[in-house]
Write a protein that binds this ligand. Sequence first.
Ligand code: PMP
Ligand code: GLU
Length: 377
Amino acid sequence: MANSIFAKRVECLDESATFKYSALAKNKIDLTIGRTNFDAPTQIKEATKDALDGGKIFYTKSRGIVELREKILEKLERENKIHNLDVEKIIVSVGAKQIIFEAVMALIDRNDEVAIPDPSWVSYESIVRIAEGKVVWLPLKAENGFIPDEDFFSVLENSNPRLIFINSPNNPTGAVYSKKIMERIVDIAERKNSFILSDEIYEKIIYEGRHISIGSMYENTITVNGFSKEFSMTGFRLGYGACPIKEVIDKMNLIQTQSVSCATSFVQYGAIAAFSEDIRDYVDRMVSELRERRDFLFENLKEIYPILEKPGGAFYFFPKINSDDIEYCDKLLENGVAAIPGSPFGPSGKGCIRISYGGSEINDLRKAIEILKSIQM
Ligand code: PMP
Ligand code: GLU
């Protein structure tokens, strides 16, 4: 735009499509939202209230309270087999999104290449654009269940990325990557001396396959995780990042001290309760309910769209729709269903839509199916 009063970095930025379409979902069957409709665990809510009443209302250390980082450290070592960590190599922030933002700000200069699977969650590309990095899209195909194939690896092999984004279980496709796939990615990253940002926010929402943490195989990995999905705490705004290379976390912390300062104090204290054993029941119940929704949708959606396999994790389907995805979602909205067009998720998302079943019960999903079946384009 000529003579704009605004900086180029916002002129070339699109509004997050997940937020945009969620805002349009009022009074519709909402298949947009990237969250579940479960209440957060009582233990975490009680611990958060206790912290608030107990005077935990001041700034904390910018990296986060040590008690919480110790719990995270223990979890990453025990469950994810990520070694060479200590509490200074862990940073807590206001959501995984801010952690990703800080990682990109710390590592990417203008024109540095960043490899991003295509499609990917809408914010990866935008965050890289804010840093003026250069996105290299790694193509994925619906017919392969959006699992990396030879084309993906060939583009990765021919690029020179400073940073590679990996997200398994995946938003928007639900794909879960095997150990073999992770090993091939690590092999290329190692030879190119690239960092990997492993976004593991859907780690526990997995129905088939086993979650593999790249950080257990490759030191130059920033492991990102958070509380939003596993504990249905999107509004608490809490996530974390870890890297065995302390300088990476130090530099991310520089961005943190000069921007958000620290995550909300009482939320950090409350989140300690997320590491207690008795909370596993909550997650198991949620995952089992989500699995029912996924199975129900699979049986019905495959009659409408060319879906070959059940997505192994997260709470999304990303079917091809055989027409313009934006017009299709407009038409859905007119008919009472809100979903997100695929194009904001990357060039390969064109002609697809993202359907989230995290926020809707089977009754609503049933109604949505009837409407989806009736849409002719
Ligand atoms: N990564 C992925 C893949 C996501 O879907 C989300 C959605 N919220 C995030 C990161 C950010 O999560 P939050 O900031 O709520 O922790
Ligand atoms: N990640 C979620 C989604 O994909 C929540 C919104 C966002 O942070 O983009 O819908």
